[in-house]
Design a protein around this ligand. Structure first.
Ligand code: FAD
Length: 296
């Protein structure tokens, strides 16, 4: 099923993101993760495409397991840095052979030292070029990334939204945001997107803060702003993993409840392959979620 049709049939779409196991781990470890996530009845599960290359081959394999063994809609990520047309065709053939209907079309991060060479080598400079190719050459559904606080390479969120418009005009059916902690930034971004004629559904990417070291890395990579309420939590509990986990889940729950009452199109939980945390979040909104199952 095309994910754009799930957005049409539900008030709010709940989805999860997982990543392939690291190189030395067996693919079997992902079964435990999907087994646990399946009970939470997500509308779809997305599978990332490894920046380093080592886990890339597993993206389609895992997206296929989700779709064909668990009967949950899947979204296979793909990045276009240094991607040739031959490799893209091979990827799309594999996707079709595995009955996967949706691709998350991304550019990928540029490695600091070789960015110019990589961009010159790439047939597809921006994610919007990848979206255009997939839409022209297949019947697949296509998602794209967006950034409530602006992409870090772009000088302003306004410029970034203008570029995002190209991605949507080229055929992106829906968007998923980078993680954010300040919900007001998401609302401002949505207003700006709508003003620029971007009317496709936008899912809000939520990452529960459960590990101080990991979250500092995520914050520095994403540039997400940290509201004072969250800074206090991080400062107070950074050396108490159990307390930080509890507080992080409570913070993410509050974000989700606020977004749902605002009328967000979707919530996309970055699970970090930790289904127990995702389970707590979903349990925290169980009664609210029942009201979302109805058609728009
Ligand atoms: P683009 O949309 O191409 O944008 C990149 C930059 O170029 C932006 O600053 C944009 O404003 C600018 N730009 C775009 N079009 C134009 C234009 N026509 N002219 C001038 N400038 C332009 N990375 C992975 O490696 N694997 C993953 O699985 C993965 N999954 C992700 C999932 C989500 C939901 C998100 C939000 C990000 C994900 N990423 C992933 C990270 C992503 O690859 C990086 O953030 C990357 O730096 C940008 O990717 P993009 O698709 O947004 O690129």
């Amino acid at each position: 099923m095309l994910i754009k049709n799930i957005f049409k049939s539900k008030k709010t779409v709940i989805s999860f993101e997982i990543f392939p196991p690291k190189k030395d781990n067996s693919i079997d470890t992902i079964y435990d993760t999907i087994d646990a996530l399946k009970d939470l009845k997500p509308d779809f599960i997305s599978v990332t495409y490894g920046a380093g290359g080592s886990t890339r081959d597993k993206t389609i394999e895992i997206a296929s397991i989700i779709k064909n063994k668990y009967y949950i809609e899947s979204l296979a990520h793909l990045t276009c840095i240094a991607l040739t047309e031959d490799r893209l065709k091979a990827f799309l053939n594999e996707v079709n052979r595995n009955n996967i209907n949706n691709i998350m079309a991304l550019r990928g991060d540029l490695p600091a030292d070789t960015s110019e060479n990589l961009l010159n080598f790439s047939s597809y400079h921006y994610a919007s070029d990848l979206v255009k190719y997939i839409k022209t050459n297949s019947n697949l559904g296509v998602g794209g990334a967006c950034y409530p606080e602006g992409h870090f390479e772009c000088k302003s969120v306004e410029d970034d939204v203008e570029n995002l418009k190209i991605k949507v005009n080229n055929g992106a059916d829906f968007l998923i945001t980078q993680l954010f902690f300040d919900t007001d930034r998401f609302y401002d971004f949505k207003d700006l997107a709508v003003k620029n004629g971007i009317n496709v559904p936008v899912s809000a990417g939520i990452m529960p803060v459960t590990n101080a070291k990991q979250i500092q890395r995520m914050i520095s990579l994403s540039g997400a702003s940290v509201p004072s309420k969250l800074s206090r939590i991080l400062a107070k509990y950074e050396n108490n993993p159990a307390a930080l986990k509890e507080a992080g889940i409570a913070y993410a729950t509050e974000q989700i409840i606020d977004l749902l009452s605002w009328g967000v199109d979707g919530i996309h939980i970055y699970t970090m392959n930790r289904p127990e945390i995702c389970r707590k979040l979903i349990q925290n909104i169980s009664s609210i979620r029942e009201t979302l199952a109805t058609a728009k």
